[in-house]
Design a protein around this ligand. Sequence first.
Ligand SMILES: *Cc1c(COP(=O)(O)O)cnc(C)c1O
Length: 347
Amino acid sequence: MTGKINPLDLVRPNILALEPYSTARDEFKGGDISVWLDANESPYPSGLNRYPDPHQKKLKHAIAALKGVREEQIFIGGAGSDEAIDLVYRIFCRPGIDNAISISPTYGVYEVSADINDIALRKVELGEDYSLPVDALLEATNGNSKVLWICSPNNPTGNAFAPEEILRLVDSFPGMVVVDEAYIDFSPYPSLLNVLDKHPNLIVMQTFSKAWGMASLRMGMAFASPGIAELFARVKYPYNVNGPTQEELLRRICETDIKGNVDEIISERSRLASALESMPKVRKVHHSDANFLLVEVEDADGMYDYLISHGVIVRNRNRVKGCRGCLRFTVGTPEENDRVISLVEKF
Ligand SMILES: *Cc1c(COP(=O)(O)O)cnc(C)c1O
């Protein structure tokens, strides 16, 4: 049982022993400096000539307040959550030796990143109605299982798993459990961020790409115990979040209230679901706690092509195991959803 597990025992030995790269800005310990000659930067002001803060201190301060966590629990990725996913493998999994476990179907990046890092990914099919197969996930582990991925709400199925069930895995899995909460703002369940301190083997991931409407910025986050967050900081590229992105995100976090848009997406999600459910070519609209609907239809490839020919693109999941016959519809604006409804009606 993991009550006793020390997550540092799960870390790759070379990462534990790593002497991280020290940047010029790391070695600067403060002082009243007006002449900066420590980093081989250009002295000519261009707005971009200085290296950014490698630790993103101001941003972490704002994110800590926003999420109700402490700054030392935060990792910020400048290439989205995908950066944090890759770092999890590089910190915990020895290539060719260790393995990770995921549900299936789920977000494809866990597998691609496992392949890149030469880590075997053991996929466990979801249960009836895409329920969490807690016992089967635990049965799939062996002594080299270091990471368990739980995406909740899950992409592409849309449903969230009850926190108690996820915590049963956190308590029983003898490795790190990563809960990807990319869609948590659309879910009726609370984030697991509020129990982070009780579970040293828990990592929670979130992103600014979905509810926050900043997919273009590529800002993802991982939250963990300070010891694990420190390992992320050591292994990441030193200046992994560029200066303009840090400033832009800081400004938007302070200015933006996402509630109005999130509420509209949630009410549009149920309107779109009821409308689609009543159509003859729709077999099933799966329950969603996210900003998209997984919809089983009669001729998935045909409907996909038909929608494209009318200027609407959805995601074809027809060839994904466990999603046979399904298209994934992102919830759009009310006008966009009207368009989709009237097109599917005529198909
Ligand atoms: C969209 C999505 C993300 C976000 O990825 P970014 O790289 O932060 O844009 C993460 N996880 C899941 C499951 C997603 O669907």
